[in-house]
Each structure stands twice: as structure tokens, then as C-alpha cells.
Design a protein around this ligand. Sequence first.
Ligand SMILES: [Zn+2]
Length: 355
Amino acid sequence: MRTEQDQILWFQFGALLSKAKMPTLENNSIRIKDPQVLFKDGSISEKDLKHYKKLVDSGEQEQAIDEYIEKYVTPYIEEYQTTIQNYISQAESGQLKRQDSHNLEKSVILLTLAFVSLNTKNFESFVSESLSEKIFIDNMIKSASLKKMILDQTLSQFNQLTQNTMLETQSNVLNHIRTLQREMIVENQKISSLDIIGSKLSEEIELFKKSLRKKYPDIYMAMEEGKILKSSIMADGTSRNFKLKNYTEMSVRTTLLNVDRTAVEVDAKVSNDEVVEFYLRDHRTVKDAREICMYLLGDKVNGKSLLALTEEAASTYGIMTIAEARGQGAFGSYCRHSIKRVSNQFMKSLKGEYA
Ligand SMILES: [Zn+2]
């Protein structure tokens, strides 16, 4: 009884709302994207892994990372984002049948899972097949267990930045869809009790839509601009909405550019080093030099810019720890600086001076 009533109400409502979209909804045939079709060519190929390795081995790490992201991250996160935007706009177009809204929600969950697993698998392949060997060689890292520690640490950084964000995004989107549908149901009840038709009905619907936009700006930003990612609350108490595509590309790039920093940090820690050297890794010109990086480069101890691995070393030599520098923005996205271990000889003379 309830279902039939809903359908009639939806028909009035939906017909006025968006004529173009109506047939799909009316026929109970919301087009749910199949992740297998959507991400069909998404697995990184052997040929490309070799090509990226060649670039990395010849010193073109940034180029390899750019090409990898352009081919294996961007198109798929774009597909995901567009599909989600479309789902939200379906939910915004009128009251869906129960089964349809259930399918939409299920599809959001499946798509998120599929994207996360594709993105993670490709990331792991790229790091282990194309990127890491050169980093290990450059930093003279030979121990298998040390290599494993570095790869594990890298993957965990990646998970922290991307997977958790995707799951947060997913729950945002599900909330958006449910919220819209709840509003539609209430509005349909209201319209039926008002018993209005024609221009009065269109006016009511127009007012209702306006009120939705006012009440849920986040949902409209997600639907129209692809800002389906909401940041956690910032220091100043506000939160921001991001385009998922931009965030995903940025976080993949940042984690990949961090592999050599992670390698050096883990290696140095395992060797009980006190300090590492901070230096310019990528000589391409920077758009905006970071203040923290400029500061570190200008502050030399025995001719080198240094960062400490422990608090104790930081106070002994009057320098920042790696964590402090990172907290102030060093090694963030687009930072072109890195760290390397210092020689025993350098350490000896440093200790001599600060003894
Ligand atoms: Zn920098």
C-alpha cells in the first residue's frame, strides 16, 4: 500500500522536477556502474612498470611518478568521482524507490572498495617494481629485512593518507544520499497533504529545492563540483571540502616522493645515527620555496644542513628533529628536498666539536 502511494507521489514530484531524468527512475533502472567495467584497464602493465623503472634508474624519478599518476591514478579516480556525483544527483532528483536507493548505496560501497584495492595494488607494484631498487642502491641499503621495513612503512603511510580518506568519503556520500532521500520522502508527504496541483505545486517544489541547497551546502558542493571529500576539522575549527581527485593525486605523489626519505630515516634509525643531512633532491625550479626549507638550508652546522633523529640530538646540536621539520611543512607535497645519511667521519668531527 505504502509503496504504491509513494510511487504516485514520486510521479507527481519527479515529473515536475526533472523530466529528462524521469524515465530512468520511473522504470526502476538506475544505472549502477559495474566496478569491473569501470576499472577494466586499471591494472598496471608489466610494460609500463619496466618503462617507469627505466626512468627512475636514469634519475628521472619525478617524471616516472608523474606519468604513473597520469595513467593509473587520475583516470580512475575521475571515473569514481563522476559516478558518485551522478549518484548524488539521482538522489537529489526525487524520491527513489526503496530498491533503487538501496542499490545506489550498495554501489557506492562496491565502487569504493574496488577503487581502493586497485589503487593500492598499483601503488605496491610501482614502488616495489619500478621505484625502490634505485633508492636502495643510492642509499646502499642491502639488508632484506631493512628493505621490507621500508616498504612496509611506505605502504602504511599510503594507507593512512588514501584508504582512510576513501572510507571517510564513502560514508559522507552515503550520508548525502540518505539525507536527500529522507527530505524527499518528507516533502512528498507534505505535498500530498497540501493537495495542490499545477503552478502551485511547481512553486512548492522550487521552494523546497532552494531550501535544500541552503540547508545542505556540502551536498551541493559534492554533487556539482566533485568536492566529495570533507577534511577533518582544521586547527581553526573549520573544515574544508576537497575534490577527491585532487586529494588522491596529491597523496599518491607525496607518498611516492617520500619513499627515499622514509628509506633514509628507517636506515639511519636502525643504525642509531643521531642526525641526517637535509638537501635539495630535485633541481627543477620550485614555484614557491617553502619558508621552512629555506630556513633549514640556510642553517648550517659544520657546513651541512642537519636534522636530528632524536630529541636528544636536536638539543645537543641545536637543530630540529625530522618530525618537527615535517610538522612545519618540510617534505609536504611538492617539496623538492630530502635527507641522506652523513658519513662516520663527519659525525666524528661533529661530536668532537660539541663534546
Ligand atoms: Zn622543501
